[in-house]
Design a protein around this ligand. Structure first.
Ligand SMILES: CC(C)(COP(=O)(O)OP(=O)(O)OC[C@H]1O[C@@H](n2cnc3c(N)ncnc32)[C@H](O)[C@@H]1OP(=O)(O)O)[C@@H](O)C(=O)NCCC(=O)NCCS
Length: 124
């Protein structure tokens, strides 16, 4: 059994600027439909939630990088952050073989300026 973790921090303004400049093309490249729906529901705070999901994808990549031979084979939308009824985030992974992964957990935090995410992976 092995534990690996990945963490990421991002300036919320960086994501805000990308969304303002590139709009839907950027959103559709990086975020899933469910993520866009969740973030847009947060109205004025939406950039914090988008940035948190961006950080989550980077953190997930770091935590799983030992399994990824070619980083260009993974896309942003291979990782999706969902939230359960209590608001707790859950990381869904689509494009990566998970047969030797026992469990994955994620934690997210954001304030006015920064968003952070931490992903922990437990192997079988
Ligand atoms: C849910 C809670 C932890 C969020 O913390 P916060 O400081 O308001 O906000 P943060 O920016 O740090 O965290 C927000 C993220 O927390 C995550 N989150 C929300 N509910 C959660 C829960 N029940 N469990 C774990 N993570 C949760 C989400 O990922 C959210 O981001 P998202 O909406 O973009 O997905 C907080 O509102 C809360 O209820 N705290 C309880 C405090 C308390 O009772 N303290 C007593 C002593 S411990």
């Amino acid at each position: 059994m092995k534990v690996t973790c990945g963490t990421d921090i991002i300036e919320i303004n960086r994501i805000k600027e990308s969304i303002e400049k590139l709009g839907k093309a950027f959103l559709d490249r990086v975020f899933t439909k469910n993520e866009i729906k969740y973030c847009e529901s947060k109205k004025k705070q939406k950039y914090e939630h988008y940035a948190a999901r961006f950080a989550a994808k980077e953190a997930a990549f770091k935590a799983l990088s030992w399994k990824i031979d070619d980083k260009y084979s993974v896309s942003w939308k291979d990782f999706e952050v969902q939230n359960n009824e209590q608001g707790r985030p859950i990381l869904k992974i689509i494009g990566i073989d998970l047969k030797d992964i026992e469990d994955i957990d994620i934690s997210i935090s954001h304030c006015k300026s920064y968003a952070v995410a931490n992903v922990t992976v437990l192997t079988k």
